[in-house]
Design a protein around this ligand. Sequence first.
Ligand SMILES: NC(=O)c1ccc[n+]([C@@H]2O[C@H](COP(=O)([O-])OP(=O)(O)OC[C@H]3O[C@@H](n4cnc5c(N)ncnc54)[C@H](OP(=O)(O)O)[C@@H]3O)[C@@H](O)[C@H]2O)c1
Length: 295
Amino acid sequence: MKILITGVNGFLGYYLAEQLLQKNFSVIATGKGECRLPFIGQHNFVYESMDFTDPFSIHDVFERVRPDVVIHAGAMSKPDECEMNQMKAYMMNVEGTVQLLINSADVKSFFVFVSTDFVFDGVKGIYNEEDAPQPVNYYGRTKLEAEEAVKDYENDWAIVRTVLVYGKNHTGRMNILTLVKEKLEKGEEYSVVDDQIRTPTYVEDLAKAIISIVEKRAKGIFHISGKDILTPYQMAVKTAVHLGLDKSLIKKVTAADFSQPAKRPPRTGFRIEKARRELGYEPLSFEEGLEKTFS
Ligand SMILES: NC(=O)c1ccc[n+]([C@@H]2O[C@H](COP(=O)([O-])OP(=O)(O)OC[C@H]3O[C@@H](n4cnc5c(N)ncnc54)[C@H](OP(=O)(O)O)[C@@H]3O)[C@@H](O)[C@H]2O)c1
């Protein structure tokens, strides 16, 4: 089975490629520009430079490769950047997805789209797959619009929504755990909100769940996250304690204390019963994920 991944140079992309290669799938890794992964030369790994906002680039790769499965993990994934560059965010997150769907339809690929908890308004919290989305920022709006395009796809599709992904970072993107380590090791204070709730997701659990979806050809929407409900402040303190760093440097703040371009949904987090039932998904606890992140 040939599996094409977009955004492979990103945080999740690395783990998708690694786990698919371990399972002997044929991986067509795509990203903008040069490959930044250490898998070049490995059996079953091919890298193609493909900008998914460029229809010619996509068409060229799809015609040559004809993937059986497309995992669309690439995105403009930072909410503040999306808020400040809305045209670019639309081109990347909506138009890019539409172009990939058009080319996937030609070869009847199974299309797996990675989406976000930010499609919800964050009022109710702990959402299931049937809850009604209502984004509060532009990033969430683009991801929801892309989801709508995926739902109209004429072949098999799955949408994987996830929440605050953390883990060891091989490709540059920081997450809350790696930021806590960096700041506290320098003796700097770090302000973190305590009035938002999330079910943080260990990155290897997310990659594993996506690969189960591919293997089972599971269709529809799946909520994939960790099982512990935490505020970002609680995550930061647990990280400091785990690393033996000075937790008094972590300052508890509220969203109102921050002026960020993109509004954040206050209470997200997921119910993961559907994934447990249909995929046999069982995530690590936050403590176990912490351990693996810094192992
Ligand atoms: N991380 C989280 O906490 C989180 C939470 C919820 C949902 N998600 C979703 O999960 C998915 C993966 O996120 P991530 O954390 O791995 O994000 P990431 O580290 O920012 O990776 C995204 C990748 O997409 C690539 N990309 C952007 N525009 C592209 C284009 N036009 N053509 C080709 N590649 C392009 C980026 O390339 P460059 O590296 O070259 O810029 C980057 O490597 C995204 O869909 C995101 O929306 C993430």
